[in-house]
Design a protein around this ligand. Structure first.
Ligand SMILES: [Zn+2]
Length: 300
């Protein structure tokens, strides 16, 4: 069975055709032009899908909070104007006359790892993704835990600094204000104002730049602080770290060591590893919404 997966983000639309085992036949990336708004975005997704044929179902991973029963966007921020409330599932379903399932992008990425990536060998794991903010997903008994409103795993907004920096969410001292890649870049720019991104920071870090080593080590402490609470809360078999910055094996090793120093002895058999699917996790997760293992579970 061939399935088409789409991953709709604020920057790009990724499209993939694969079988139910996650073997990829086609993978393409397109500019999402998200600022033109939700209706334009969905129109673009439809015209992209129209270029392909030979698939029997469509899985969608999308930015924003998703009502998976209704197949609608519960909330999307200003990155995609007028996306909130769109009935994405029924629009695509009616257009192509094929079964469509939809999931939030962070959950979809976790499902991708669960079925085809580094989560395959675990029943209980959490995914934490570092970028502009910090996103997360919880896989419990090999299934997603969504919470009462589908909003579980907002790890970026657990509070690690009482009365700390003001966050976009309106609270103060949220984890992502200290542990995100954005936070790392902000701290590094206090030393080198021209630094662009995490890649540039780690380039200088690896060259032995002392002031940046301090910045990076302080940031690792912040990242480990949040992860320590997550380990004690969920007692997972594994934490899977995502986001471009976590592509570096030595960073994952340093973080794993710091977390293991922090946690209680009885939790220490945890695996702290990086995500295995890179930028294809979301589309493969979208495809997994139609795989045999998922049918009959909470995705229907
Ligand atoms: Zn917050």
């Amino acid at each position: 069975m061939k399935i088409l997966g789409v991953d709709i983000g604020g920057t790009s639309i990724k499209l993939c055709i694969a079988d139910e085992f996650g073997n990829i036949e086609t993978f393409q990336e397109y500019d999402s032009e998200a600022k033109k708004g939700g209706p334009h975005l969905i129109h673009k997704v439809i015209s992209i899908i129209e270029d392909y044929s030979g698939f029997e179902a469509i899985g969608i991973s999308t930015a924003g909070q998703v009502n998976i029963q209704e197949g609608s966007i519960r909330y999307a921020n200003e990155n995609i104007p007028n996306y909130t409330g769109m009935q994405v599932k029924s629009i695509i379903e009616n257009h192509f006359n094929l079964p469509v399932r939809i999931e939030n992008d962070v959950n979809a990425a976790a499902l991708g790892e669960n079925f085809f990536g580094n989560g395959r060998n675990f029943h209980h794991f959490i995914c934490v993704t570092y970028g502009t903010g910090i996103g997360g997903a919880i896989v419990m008994n090999s299934d997603l835990y969504r919470g009462a409103n589908g909003s579980a795993a907002e790890f970026g907004h657990i509070m690690t600094h009482p009365r700390g920096k003001r966050c976009n969410c309106g609270l103060q001292g949220c984890y992502e204000m200290y542990g995100s890649t954005t936070a790392l870049v902000q701290e590094a720019r206090k030393v080198y104002p021209d630094l662009l991104d995490g890649r540039a920071i780690f380039h200088l870090y690896h060259k032995g730049n002392e002031s940046l080593q301090l910045v990076v080590h302080n940031w690792i402490e912040e990242v480990a602080l949040g992860l320590t609470s997550l380990v004690h809360t969920f007692n997972p078999e594994a934490i899977i770290l995502g986001g471009g910055v976590m592509e570096q094996d030595d960073l994952v090793t340093m973080l794993a060591n710091r977390v293991k120093d922090n946690i209680m002895e009885s939790f220490s058999n945890i695996a702290i590893i990086k995500a295995g699917l890179g930028n294809k996790a979301g589309v493969l997760g979208a495809i997994s919404l139609h795989t045999q293992k998922n049918i009959g579970r909470s995705f229907l």
